[in-house]
Design a protein around this ligand. Structure first.
Ligand SMILES: *[C@@H]1O[C@H](CO)[C@@H](O)[C@H](O)[C@H]1NC(C)=O
Ligand SMILES: *[C@@H]1O[C@H](CO)[C@@H](O)[C@H](O)[C@H]1NC(C)=O
Ligand SMILES: *[C@@H]1O[C@H](CO)[C@@H](O)[C@H](O)[C@H]1NC(C)=O
Ligand SMILES: *[C@@H]1O[C@H](CO)[C@@H](O)[C@H](O)[C@H]1NC(C)=O
Length: 354
């Protein structure tokens, strides 16, 4: 039911059932919508503007402590993510606990920590960018790409059907590759620190299996990219591999490793470097299998676990919004998109906004 339908329905029913129905939330917090009642106490009522007058007093005891940035949770009486401002269903301590400054400081601290822990990141001497030529990568140290997390990421890159609109399927060996990749990145300091940050900020419980399941759900569960289409996509495919649309354009594609490999294979032709900025950020335009990408931004030289960690944290903490922080004294903004607000977190996209 959309907002209007619900408001209209409640309005009509108000007229019909004026007498004898509870106008209080006492004993009714979180109960399903009861259209025979003149006001509501379900946790969507603030959104639909049909709460009983005492809803806040009786039902909104919940707090944003440890919940800043979490996705809409219908089991909770109030919400702690940015859309709650629009929908008017924020917990009363949302501003004080989840204010921009508090979150930016927390994000900046963890991102700096991840950067400093990213021992697998290529050193300056491991790769060369050509800012004047027709190829982006003039040199990449091949030994760097043989590090365990790189090697396992690269194995995943041919597991997907790049066409948007064509269903994805995984073979048993492809699923085993995903498991192997997750196990390998989970053992890195970058992912250990990500785990701790997400626990301390209430996004996951203190359980390695929950962390693993969360990454699996964020990145590898297939979902439909259009409302009526087949399950043709997942966060990993979109960000790390890239997708092709029927309109001959490229969707996603935010991994420097995939860029380098596809450029080396002759599948990708650089058009322009749009901007190159610090730390290690670049945006380019290119064609891939003959399809255009007008702007694709990514980190250069970072490890797969760093990219996955940064995009995962931003997706959880700043769902469907701009995730801003400072890194190496530079401002970084990452745009995140949830996919169609399905239950559970799944990354529709996440990319550098430069
Ligand atoms: C709240 O609304 C969402 C959709 O907007 C719906 O999926 C959910 O079931 C509703 N929850 C309650 C408690 O009414
Ligand atoms: C960059 O590309 C130009 C044009 O292709 C070429 O002349 C130059 O040698 C390249 N530089 C490096 C560092 O590879
Ligand atoms: C998680 O639990 C382990 C073992 O119970 C404990 O050592 C660790 O400090 C906990 N981590 C956090 C962030 O709470
Ligand atoms: C950031 O700026 C501060 C103050 O100018 C400086 O001390 C510090 O070394 C800088 N850090 C980095 C990583 O550049």
């Amino acid at each position: 039911m959309d907002v209007y339908a619900r408001v209209c329905l409640v309005f009509m029913l108000c007229g019909l059932f004026k007498e004898g129905q509870s106008d209080s939330c006492i004993g009714r917090c979180g109960q399903d919508l009861k259209t025979t009642f003149i006001c509501q106490c379900d946790y969507n009522c603030t959104r639909y503007n049909d709460c009983c007058n005492d809803f806040n007093a009786i039902c909104s005891s919940a707090t944003c402590s440890g919940r800043c940035g979490q996705s809409h949770d219908t089991t909770k009486p109030c919400q702690c993510n940015e859309p709650c401002v629009t929908y008017g269903d924020c917990c009363s301590d949302y501003q004080s606990l989840c204010s921009d400054t508090t979150i930016v400081d927390a994000l900046s601290a963890v991102m700096e920590d991840l950067w400093n822990s990213d021992t697998n990141r290529l050193r300056e001497s491991d790769y060369t960018i050509n800012t004047t030529g027709s190829r982006l990568f003039a040199y990449v140290n091949q030994a760097a790409l043989k590090k365990p997390t790189f090697e396992r990421l690269i194995r995943l890159l041919d597991n997907y059907n790049k066409m948007v609109g064509e269903a994805e399927q995984s073979t048993a060996s492809e699923l085993a590759e995903v498991e192997d990749f997750l196990n390998t990145i989970l053992a890195t300091p970058v992912m250990t620190k990500t785990f701790t940050f997400l626990i301390n900020n209430g996004h996951i419980t203190n359980s390695t299996s929950v962390f693993r399941d969360t990454l699996m759900e964020l990145w590898f569960n297939f979902y439909p990219r259009s409302r009526s289409g087949p399950s043709d996509s997942c966060g990993f495919e979109h960000i790390m591999v890239g997708e092709l649309k029927k309109t001959s354009t490229v969707s996603g594609f935010h991994s420097w490793i995939q860029f380098y490999l596809e450029e080396s294979n002759g599948n990708l032709i650089l058009e322009n470097i749009i901007i190159k900025t610090e730390p290690n950020m670049i945006a380019t335009s290119f064609s891939w299998h003959g399809n255009k990408k007008s702007k694709s931004a990514f980190f250069l030289g970072t490890s797969p676990e760093f990219d996955m960690a940064v995009y995962s944290i931003c997706s959880l903490v700043r769902c469907d919004s701009l995730c801003k922080f400072t890194l190496q004294n530079h401002t970084v903004s990452i745009q995140t998109w949830d996919i169609a607000h399905k239950s559970g977190y799944q990354i529709g996209s996440a990319y550098l906004s430069i």
